[in-house]
Design a protein around this ligand. Structure first.
Ligand code: ATP
Length: 459
């Protein structure tokens, strides 16, 4: 749908049990969100689709689930303790805090990104373009300061034995530290990748835009280890692989674009970086970062841990540190993209509209809903069918209200199929199956239901 606002998405997500405000009964906690029953299912389906595509169906990759709290030396070696920081700027008039580069991004609706700019360049751009404080409308900022995003906590029982540790700022470091473990245990040969999903934490200066930027979020990251010299080829391979995946999930091509980082913007260790951006309700924003990280990560961990992390090529007997291609996507951001891409207000007949979540059936939180036409007459048979189907699929049962209203409820949460149980089911063993998008109905035998649902809802 055109011109969908973030507010509409937030309201929709709350009304239908996808996402609620975190700690709501205590007045909330700024920009924290809880996933409700349908949001949980949707998130799980997206995560599973990613795992299927990046681990199960990809012959190069292995899975991993590393700890959130790691030895703090990891974060020193990776550079996060010293420089995982964003440019913080305060409005002198109203005291509002802003992330200076995001002021520029929001002002230009994502057309200009200030990644890699110096503080001076950012300050100049802000004043030249008169980018006023979004809270009070004044142009009177403090100079930019760097603000570290790592969350600190401590382990240990008593104060004197407490040690500062960090909640991981990205899942990637758990992969680098396990490079040798996976290589040895799986007898993996370069090129190979290690993929994992899990929570990451960043003390963001300005979280916002619903679940686009939060302090606690889930990442789905792949670190792909390859021979130096082959890295740019693999970089291209993974860019296309990620884009294909997004299209398969059903994101509109015209709302997706690739943005290559310029030389000035590139992190010092990166040879090439491309962001896949999506046109979110608030404008273009990064969805997936894909970077050629060279041998930087393995190099710094080799140095700091004094462990040999090099790979011994069994064919050439050469020892080298592999280069790494990293495609990293936020699960919550992807979920937001999918929700906004799928939410549709559709005219059906005169003066009538329906809310329909036109989501890829494989991602739909509920695959099929079973509806007895008349509760008293068909309820028992419908329950029997439901009991069978819910062993295989995420299914629901709805007997409340007119059949039309029940169809609309199913449409609104993106359920691809409705199965109506009526006299024909009892007399002839057939059901009516209705398609969410076409609203067309078909009669099929009960025994055919399972295959029918599999066919429609498989990625
Ligand atoms: P941004 O420039 O938006 O802060 P980033 O370049 O720091 O993002 P990466 O470190 O490359 O992000 O993280 C990889 C992915 O993790 C991002 O593409 C995004 O999808 C997701 N991500 C990063 N930060 C957040 C956040 N605060 N909330 C939700 N998702 C996030």
């Amino acid at each position: 749908m055109n011109n969908l606002t973030m507010e509409e998405i937030v309201n929709y997500a709350k009304q239908y049990g996808f996402i609620f405000q975190g700690s709501e009964i205590y007045g909330g906690l700024a920009n924290s969100w809880d996933y409700g029953p349908l949001g949980t299912l949707l998130k799980e389906n997206i995560r599973n689709a990613w795992k299927q595509k990046f681990v199960q169906e990809n012959k190069y990759n292995y899975g991993l689930d590393a700890a959130i709290i790691m030895n703090p030396k990891v974060w020193v070696a990776s550079g996060h303790v010293a420089s995982f920081a964003d440019p913080l700027i305060d409005c002198k008039k109203c005291k509002a805090r802003h992330r200076a580069d995001k002021l520029i991004e929001d002002f230009t609706k994502g057309e200009v990104t200030a990644d890699g700019w110096s503080n001076e360049e950012i300050e100049n751009y802000i004043s030249k373009n008169n980018i006023v404080c979004p809270v009070c409308g004044k142009l009177d900022y403090t100079p930019i300061r760097k603000f570290n995003l790592l969350f600190e906590t401590s382990i240990g029982v008593t104060d004197d034995t407490k040690n500062t540790v960090y909640l991981r700022g990205e899942t990637a470091q758990g992969i680098f530290t396990n490079f040798k473990n996976v290589e040895r245990s799986m007898r993996a040969k370069v090129p190979f990748g290690i993929a994992q999903t899990g929570k990451a934490f960043r003390n963001e200066i300005t979280p916002g835009n619903f679940i686009f930027r939060t302090r606690e979020f889930e990442q789905m990251e792949l670190e792909f280890f390859c021979k130096p010299g082959t890295d740019l080829e693999w970089f291209g391979y993974w860019k296309n692989y990620c884009m294909d995946f997004l299209r398969t999930l059903g994101l509109d091509s015209e709302k997706l674009r690739m943005r290559d980082h310029s030389k000035e913007e590139l992190a010092f260790y990166s040879k090439a970086t491309t962001d896949i951006e999506y046109l979110f309700p608030m404008g273009w924003g990064e969805l997936w970062g894909i970077a050629d990280r060279t041998d930087y990560d393995l190099g710094v961990h080799q140095e700091a841990s004094s462990q040999d992390l090099r790979y011994l090529d069994p064919e050439t007997n050469e020892k080298y540190l592999p280069y790494v291609i990293e495609p990293s996507v936020g699960l919550d951001r992807l979920l937001l993209a999918i929700l906004s891409n799928s939410y549709t207000l559709e005219e059906v007949g005169e003066n009538d509209t329906r809310v329909v979540l036109k989501i890829n059936p494989a991602l739909a939180p509920v695959k099929v809903t079973i509806l007895p036409l008349i509760k008293k007459v068909h309820g028992e048979k419908a329950t029997e069918i439901y009991s069978e189907l819910c062993r295989k699929f995420s299914a629901s049962y709805d007997e409340a209200g007119s059949i039309g209203k029940r169809y609309r409820r199913a449409d609104a949460v993106g359920t691809p199929l409705c199965v109506t149980v009526d006299d024909n089911t009892i007399n002839n063993g057939t059901v009516t199956i209705r398609n969410r998008d076409t609203m067309e109905q078909e009669t099929i035998k009960i025994e055919e239901l399972e295959d029918y649902i599999v066919k429609i809802t498989t990625l």
